[in-house]
Structures are given as C-alpha cells and as structure tokens.
Design a protein around this ligand. Sequence first.
Ligand SMILES: [Ca+2]
Ligand SMILES: [Ca+2]
Ligand SMILES: [Ca+2]
Ligand SMILES: [Ca+2]
Length: 295
Amino acid sequence: MKKLYTIIALFSISFLSAQTLFFSEYAEGSSNNKYLEIYNPTNAEIDLSTYAFPSVANAPAVAGEYEYWNEFPAGATIAVGGVYVITHGSADPAILNYSNHTHTYLSNGDDGYKLVEGGTWNDADNDGKKDAGEVTGFTVIDVIGDWQADPGSGWEVAGVTNATKDHTLVRKLSVTTGNADWDDSRGTDSDDSEWVVLDNETWTFLGSHPHTDASLSIFDFGDIKIDVYPNPVQTKLNFSGLTSPVQATVFDMLGKRQLESKVTNTLDVSSLKSGLYMVEIKNENSAKVFNILKK
Ligand SMILES: [Ca+2]
Ligand SMILES: [Ca+2]
Ligand SMILES: [Ca+2]
Ligand SMILES: [Ca+2]
C-alpha cells in the first residue's frame, strides 16, 4: 500500500506543478487527411502565443534540432478541457469541420513534431524568419516522433510498425500531461504505450478529449479487464467487468479525499464539483489509479 500512496502523492505533485498541454490525437491518413489535436487538461484557458509546434522533415539537418518553426495564429487559445485542431488545408471535410488552424506541412509518417513553450529568437540572417537554429532555450512539452534520425516510413508505436503512417493515434485516458520522451510515450506494446493505435482514416475521436470508447478505457485490474465510463462524467460512473465489490476512493488534485465507497457497478459522483479527479480502486489483490473529469 505504501507504494500506491507514493504513486498518488507523485501524481498530485505533477498535477499541481507540471500539468501541460499535450497532443491528444494525431492522424496521418490517405492523401491530405492529416491532423494534430492538442488538449488543455489544466484549469485555465491557455493563450497559444508563447507556444509553437516546430518540426523536422524526414532526416533532421542537425540531429536533435528543429528545421521548421511553426507558430499558432495570433489570438489562438485553448479553453479549459478543450482541444485545438491543426489540419492540412486540403483534408477531408469531415476533418476540416474541426479545424482551428490549417498547416500544409504535416507529417507523412516520418516527420517529427514537438509541442514547445517559450524560447528566444535571434534572427541571425535578418530575414524576419525563425530559421533552423535561430530559436533556442524553448521547453519541449510533448512530442510525436523525434528529431534524431529518419525512422524510415514511420515510427513504431505500442508495438505497431509504422504506426505514425496511415494510422490515427489517440492518447489514452490515463495520460494527463505531456511527455517529452518519445520512447517512453510510444512504449513497446499496447499496455505500456501512452497511445492507442487505430486504423487508417479513423476520425471518430477528432474534436474532443478524453475518450472512453471501450478500446480506449478498458484496463487490467488484476486478471480481469474493466471498463469505466462515461468520462467526462456528470452523475454516475459505471464500472463494467467487476465481479465483486472494490473499494473506490476519489481524490481531488490536491490529493484530498473527496469520496469513498464500495463499488460493483456504479459510483455516484454527483456531489463532486466540476474538475479533474483521481480515482483509486482496490481489492485484496489489486489496485489501480485513473483520472476522471467531472462535468
Ligand atoms: Ca498516409
Ligand atoms: Ca516526410
Ligand atoms: Ca532568420
Ligand atoms: Ca480526440
């Protein structure tokens, strides 16, 4: 149990000090059906003027450095719990419908993108453009791919070869902040990856985050699989797959206990105020911590 409390404490600290915007979805489909979705998990609207999404095309000119400094349009913001969608300008209308910003050079599978904040610009050649190497000192918040080398056609994610090409990637519900470590984020299999790899041209999850579709929210609890939904939740959180009651405890972002109950099928969360919470479920053999958003 000590270990679990340590994990909870760490989670709480990260919520307080380091929760950031992150890439919630990525699609590299057929022709120009490409997009990046960015999610705001914080409790404040975020002004994107100090953020950028620099990239490298194929192999980087200088390993580890960006080639193209891509900025958000003036006045761009992301609401609390909202998403910001960057699409190719010639994407399918079903994608363009959700577009907040169009950008022509999105990845065709082997081009690394990073979500970054801050940085200092020195316009070395005085051309008014933020050329490669001119912006330094920025903080990398999240990544899809890296700037180390051309991966070939695409990067492997969750054990799926070339997952960044002709697939849609959706960030798991359990992810609450960005991760600058691509190898850690992509993982090696469907359990340790922060991403769910979906078929080419899957756009069902575009335009919002997080998602609780069965394929995204089922997780292992001991030797059974359970599904928790809906999320975001308004009144009742449903548990499917549990065969005997578990102890459920709900903590707020400060790590303060807000609810405690035995649960087999549903947990009434109607008394909670709106916001992000952490739920711990446990029985004699297993324990699991996940996040919910109360509407
Ligand atoms: Ca493609
Ligand atoms: Ca490319
Ligand atoms: Ca320049
Ligand atoms: Ca989404």
